[in-house]
Design a protein around this ligand. Sequence first.
Ligand SMILES: [Zn+2]
Ligand SMILES: [Zn+2]
Length: 250
Amino acid sequence: MDPLAAVFPGICSLCLRRSHRAIDLCPDCEAAFETNDLTCPVCAGPAPAGDASPAAICGACLVNPPPWTLTLAPFTYSPPLRRIIEGLKSGNGLREARALGSLLIPAIQSRYGNDALPEALVPLPLARRRQRRRGFNQAELLAKVIARGLGLPHIHGRLVRIRNDPPQRSLPRSARLRNVRGAFAVRTGGRRKSLPKRVALIDDVSTTGATVRAAAETLRRAGVEEVHVWVAAKARPPGAIENAPHSPAG
Ligand SMILES: [Zn+2]
Ligand SMILES: [Zn+2]
């Protein structure tokens, strides 16, 4: 048993039994999460058919390279992990953020190995109206947990959402891209330092990728040289078939 479990007895967010470790997720529920394996390293969508090498970049990313360097998405957006992510957006989200963070931290460490981590974490901001309604930004909770675990700074309030957008999922892809263009800005000036050259953009789940694309483009225009995308889960676009060619929006 984890020695910390005696000090911080966790209750599993999913089955509500004791987790017997410091996080609010039990090993049995964790084992039921579907891992997002054999993916393109850039977008975390399905790897090109027939190519199982870890560096196989998908056709969509080759044809239309996204404004980020890599996507880390250890799980697919499916039950039971999906319930944790839904829980992250309701209640106060803290328990779920800690559970997801404790899954993401070892996944990040194993993905980077001896390679340098980004210099800072930037949470994907919510539309202001949604943040007011919810009272918090779940991506920021997650970024805080991961930043603390990795000993990296967490940059809050520099990347901002300047427009409210309708939910993306209901729109066709071309409409999504139009819809989020110009949705973000980076606050500059005053005593603010310039942003680090390499940052990780944090969100709970990557759905269409259109929002992350707009945010990453905004960071790049503000002088960030490399954006890495870290999300807990990757959702397949609506109607997508497993292993079918996917959209670069990822
Ligand atoms: Zn459980
Ligand atoms: Zn790809």
